[in-house]
Ligand binder design. Structure first.
Ligand code: ATP
Ligand code: MG
Length: 288
């Protein structure tokens, strides 16, 4: 067996904390108190690596992702992308961060503006970054559509004219338009049928092979995470309670909570397992 190669860290989140002010209704007065949704989370993502973040609903996965991608501010802690302190970045540095780190969300229909066609949706990051105009990005959009398995002739169609899986491909095309370093996938296949899930996971993994993207991949579904992640972080009540190589987490979970999560995993479809083995067989050929 070849030694696993350790790739350079591209993103580091250090001691992230997020408090929300929440209302608490008493018998007479409504008071406000702090609720700690993310409690001292530290994680790293390496080049061309997929880190799975799992945990049950409300454990703080999305809030962590949103701090990492600077969609919300941290209460405390720091995020670094290479030399950049993401937490305090402004101006051109923040713009460059927005290019380098993209998101794919769970529900493509609600994350894509229904009044924009594919051309407008996919070219949006190119326009925001000042890389291209709408007219100038027509060829690039068609190229991206082809790359994610969509018919480039459908570039003037609207999200509602696509199936869920196809709509998620639009979201993926948009995420890769500006050649990001990292893509934060927040439950990217949770709204899709199992057979469509497998196809979209396959696409994400092919794109990683071709372009070297890193993924922070969030899911409440361990079967999905097992399919894509090399490393797994398990979250419970705002904390990472266990972290390790995928095979270690699945074969010898150390934390009780991980065992509970694993016990709740439905059987992994046989075709998924076959596909994962095939893919990993081919991975062995490319030490880096
Ligand atoms: N804006 C907010 N204001 C107050 N509380 C919030 C806010 N956003 C999230 N929370 C709370 O923080 C906790 C973590 O939420 P988060 O969305 O990060 O969980 P999650 O692990 O992504 O869950 P799910 O699997 O359901 O998506 C939850 O208890 C949630 O209710
Ligand atoms: Mg979430």
């Amino acid at each position: 067996m070849t030694e696993p190669t350790v790739r350079p860290v591209i993103l580091a989140a250090e001691n992230l904390i997020k408090d929300f002010r929440v209302s608490q209704r008493g018998r007479v007065l409504t008071s406000r108190r702090n609720f700690r949704a993310v409690d001292d989370v530290t994680l790293t993502v390496r080049e061309a690596e997929t880190v799975g973040l799992v945990g049950e609903s409300g454990s703080g996965k999305s809030t962590t992702a949103r701090m990492v991608g600077r969609l919300v501010d941290v209460t405390a802690g720091r995020v670094r992308l290479g030399d950049l302190d993401v937490t305090t970045a402004t101006g051109p540095a923040l713009r460059e961060f927005r290019r380098s780190v993209q998101f794919v969300f769970q529900d493509p229909y609600s994350s894509l503006n229904p009044r924009q066609n594919v051309e407008e949706l996919v070219s949006a990051p190119l326009r925001y970054q000042g890389i291209s105009t709408l007219a100038g990005s027509v060829t690039r959009v068609k190229e991206l559509m082809e790359r994610v398995g969509l018919d480039p002739d459908h570039s003037r169609r609207y999200p509602a004219q696509f199936s869920g899986g196809q709509a998620q491909r639009i979201g993926i095309a948009r995420a890769i338009a500006c050649n990001p370093k990292m893509i934060i996938c927040d439950e990217p296949v949770s709204a899709l049928d199992v057979s469509v899930q497998a196809q979209v996971l396959r696409l994400l993994s092919d794109l990683q092979d071709d372009f070297g993207f890193s993924y922070l991949f969030i899911s409440h579904d361990l079967a999905v995470v097992r399919q894509v992640a090399q490393r797994v972080c398990v979250m419970q009540d705002g904390k990472i309670v266990e972290e390790g190589e995928r095979d270690q987490i699945f074969a010898e979970p150390r934390h009780d909570y991980t065992r509970t999560l694993l016990a709740a995993v439905p059987t992994i479809p046989a075709e998924w397992e076959r596909e994962r083995r095939t893919r990993e067989g081919s991975d062995d050929r490319q030490p880096s």
